[in-house]
Design a protein around this ligand. Structure first.
Ligand code: DGL
Length: 355
C-alpha cells in the first residue's frame, strides 16, 4: 500500500515537472544585460528620490526583486558594466553593442533587455538602433526612482521590458525604450523632465505604443532604417571618431568650436538656435574646420522639427551637413558612425535622410 502511494506521488511529481518544462519551452528566452543607473540605485531612506546612489545593485538582485518575470519569460542576467549613465562612453557602447550582437546570434536568445541609467538612455538606444545586427527585440529600460524608494518604478518597468523583449510584436521594430507603461522608438525618444516618471517622450511624432495588462500595443513604427538595414558594422571597431557638440546661444563666439577642432575632433555638431542658425562669429571657424577636414553638421538646440538644408546657412557653399530632425546628441552618434565609413559630406548627408 505504502509503495503504491509513493509510486503515485512520484508519478504526480514527474507530470508536474513535465508540465513546467513544457511551459518553460513555450516562454521566450530573454537576456537581461545590466549596465547600472537608477534602476540599480539605492537611497538612504524610502523617500529618497533624489540624491541617491545609482549603479549599486547587481543584475541578479534586480531579477530576484521581480519574481513575476518567470511567468512571462525564461530570463538570464549578465552584468555588462555598472555605471551611472552620465559616465557612458564610446568604449562602453562598443562593448555593449558587440555583446548584444553575439547573444542575438544565438538561437537560445529571443530578445534582450538592457537596464540603463536614464540620463543617456536615448543615446545608447540610438547607437544600438544603428549597430545591432538582428531583428530580434532589444528593449532598453531604466527607472526614475531608486529601488529603495516608495513606489519604485524599476520593477514594473523591468517587467514590462521583459514582456516587450519576448513579444513577437516587437520583432523588427528597431531598438525600443520602455518606462512608465509607454513604448518609444530609439530614433526620436528623449528625456523631457529631470525627475518625473513620465519623462521619456517622443515629442510631436509620438509614442510607438503602450504596455497595458501585461500586453504590448503598437500603433505605429519608425520609417527610418535601423538594425539589420544599416550600413554600420562595429564588430571590428575598437574606437569611434571623436565628435563634439557646440551649443548655440545669444552672444556666442568661436572659442568652443576652435577648441574642439584644436583637440582633434573629426566632426562637430553645431546645435544652433532656431532652425540651426549660425552666428556670424562662428562662420570663419567653421570654414577653417572644413579646410582641416572636420565634418560639420548643423543641428538645432530646439529639439523638434527639420533643420532645413540651405535654410539658415548656405550649406552648399560651406560644405555642411544638416541633421534632419535628429537632436544634437543623436546627430553626434550618426556622425560618429558615418565617419567610420566616409568623410564625404554628400554621402554623410544621405545617411541623415536614411537613418
Ligand atoms: N545618474 C543618472 C543615470 O545613471 C541617474 C538617472 C537615472 O538612471 O534615472 O543616468
Amino acid at each position: 500500500m505504502q509503495s503504491k502511494k509513493i509510486a503515485s506521488q512520484f508519478l504526480i511529481l514527474c507530470c508536474a515537472m513535465l508540465v513546467s518544462v513544457a511551459q518553460a519551452q513555450k516562454l521566450p528566452n530573454v537576456m537581461i544585460l545590466a549596465t547600472g543607473g537608477t534602476i540599480a540605485g539605492t537611497g538612504a531612506t524610502s523617500t529618497t528620490t533624489v540624491g541617491y546612489t545609482a549603479a549599486k545593485i547587481g543584475v541578479d538582485a534586480l531579477i530576484e526583486a521581480v519574481p513575476e518575470l518567470k511567468k512571462v519569460a525564461n530570463v538570464r542576467g549578465e552584468q555588462v558594466f555598472q555605471i551611472a549613465s552620465e559616465n557612458m562612453n564610446n568604449d562602453y557602447w562598443l562593448k555593449l553593442a558587440k555583446r548584444v550582437n553575439v547573444l542575438l546570434a544565438q538561437s537560445d536568445v529571443d530578445g534582450i533587455v538592457i537596464t540603463h541609467g536614464t540620463d543617456t538612455i536615448e543615446e545608447t538606444a540610438y547607437f544600438l538602433n544603428l549597430t545591432v545586427k538582428s531583428r530580434k527585440p532589444v528593449v532598453i529600460v531604466g527607472s526614475m526612482r531608486p529601488s529603495t524608494a516608495i513606489s519604485a518604478d524599476g520593477p514594473i518597468n523591468l517587467y514590462n521590458a521583459v514582456l516587450l523583449a519576448g513579444s513577437q510584436d516587437a520583432i523588427g521594430k528597431g531598438v525600443l525604450v520602455t518606462l512608465n507603461d509607454q513604448i518609444n522608438g530609439a530614433r526620436e525618444v528623449t528625456k523631457t523632465n529631470t525627475s518625473t516618471l513620465d519623462t521619456f517622450k517622443t515629442p510631436e511624432l509620438g509614442f510607438l505604443g503602450y504596455i497595458q495588462g501585461s500586453k504590448p500595443y503598437f500603433y505605429r513604427q519608425s520609417v527610418r532604417k535601423n538594425t539589420v538595414d544599416t550600413e554600420f558594422d562595429i564588430s571590428k571597431l575598437d574606437t569611434l571618431p571623436q565628435v563634439d557638440i557646440v551649443y548655440g546661444y545669444a552672444n556666442m563666439g568661436p572659442v568652443a568650436l576652435n577648441a574642439f577642432v584644436a583637440a582633434g575632433a573629426k566632426g562637430i555638431i553645431h546645435a544652433g538656435v532656431g532652425d540651426g542658425s549660425l552666428a556670424s562669429t562662428v562662420i570663419p571657424s567653421i570654414i577653417d574646420a572644413r579646410k582641416k577636414g572636420v565634418v560639420v553638421v548643423r543641428s538645432s538646440r530646439v529639439g523638434q522639427g527639420i533643420v532645413a538644408r540651405n535654410g539658415e546657412a548656405d550649406d552648399d557653399k560651406l560644405d555642411l551637413v544638416v541633421s534632419d530632425t535628429l537632436n544634437a546628441q543623436k546627430a553626434r552618434i550618426l556622425l560618429m558612425l558615418a565617419l567610420t565609413k566616409t568623410t564625404n559630406t554628400k554621402e554623410i548627408q544621405a545617411m541623415y535622410s536614411k537613418y
